[in-house]
Write a new protein. Structure first.
Length: 134
């Protein structure tokens, strides 16, 4: 049996550029990838999905809060794929909190696309205890 074709409205390059914008801490660039009806489901929060942020203003605030909490935040070792209207980015998050504690944990973003943009970004990250300050 031959594999099912996976036509997509976006390609892996979109996810590579999105990841690069995260590592530059470039909020304007990030939001340029997001659909007007965008949703961000954060890795942590009070709901089963983490914390759900809907609409460009709420999503932008949530994105910016990552750099406020971890000013040196980086998403390293990116690996990306797209299949149809879905995509995945794998990464290792690193960041240092104000108290000097550090996080290094693997995670993934699950994406849903619409009209060539990111409609939903659902972040999932391993729950690893903070590392001691250097």
């Amino acid at each position: 049996m031959s594999p099912t074709p996976c036509p997509a409205s976006v390609d892996v390059d979109l996810l590579v550029r999105f990841s690069e914008a995260w590592n530059r801490h470039d909020l304007d660039a990030l939001m340029s990838f997001m659909h007007p009806d965008c949703v961000f489901e954060a890795a942590a929060g009070p709901q089963a999905c983490g914390a759900r942020h809907e609409g460009p203003a709420a999503v932008a605030r949530a994105f910016a809060s990552a750099w406020q909490t971890f000013p040196d935040a980086q998403w390293r070792n990116g690996r990306h794929f797209v299949c149809g209207e879905r995509g995945v980015s794998e990464w290792t998050f690193t960041g240092t909190a104000a108290d000097g504690s550090r996080i290094e944990a693997d995670g993934v973003d699950l994406f849903t696309f619409r009209d060539g943009k990111i409609l939903v970004k659902n972040a999932l990250r391993k729950n690893r205890p903070p590392l001691p300050a250097l």
